[in-house]
Design a protein around this ligand. Sequence first.
Ligand code: DX5
Ligand code: ZN
Length: 215
Amino acid sequence: MAKIAPSILSADFAKLGEDVKDICDRGIDYLHIDVMDGVFVPNISFGADVMKSLNNTVTVPYDVHLMIIEPIRYIDKFFTENTGFITVHYEACDDLASTIEKIKEGGAKAGVSIKPGTAPEVLDEYLKDIDLILVMSVEPGFGGQKFMDSSLPKIEYYKNKREELGLDYVIEVDGGVGSGNAHLVRDAGVDIIVAGSAVFKAADRTAEIRAIKGE
Ligand code: DX5
Ligand code: ZN
């Protein structure tokens, strides 16, 4: 069984509060917040103020995914009492070690993500300082894309490394996962599954959430 972090990128922005309230009542573990700057990825989503507008509605921690260049500039804005993880991209940081440190100094847990074209070994030297590794299973930028199974050996890589080195980071996967293929990432050893369109567009959201988690 895995945990689930539905992405509000696929929510109805015209009634975001209602959608978030609805989803929080259905056995989810985190709320995934996809922040895009139109530079690191070819799309713009929303920023910290939109996330903070949900502070009185959410009942689970935020799982913030920053798809922005040099995120160290904006990390401060995402510290709230609801913030669980703040994840940055390996490819977007000049100084990843300082970026991780800044996240932790603010009281959040530090995540690092790699894009589909990035080899998992690039994080080897940072593993002991990382709380969460986010393996992208689509090119970041858009919801509703097809799952790339090249993410599976990466999940296994980080699972084996964790055991070998005696570490305790969690492994998350993001993109194209729904009830039909979630077993693949669960079998590979993932701890948290991000799901946007599969959850928000489901006729029965609770059933979809349970199926993705493997309950
Ligand atoms: C993609 C985002 C994902 C996306 C997932 O850049 O990071 O979180 O919203 O959406 P689905 O589950 O629809 O692929
Ligand atoms: Zn995401």
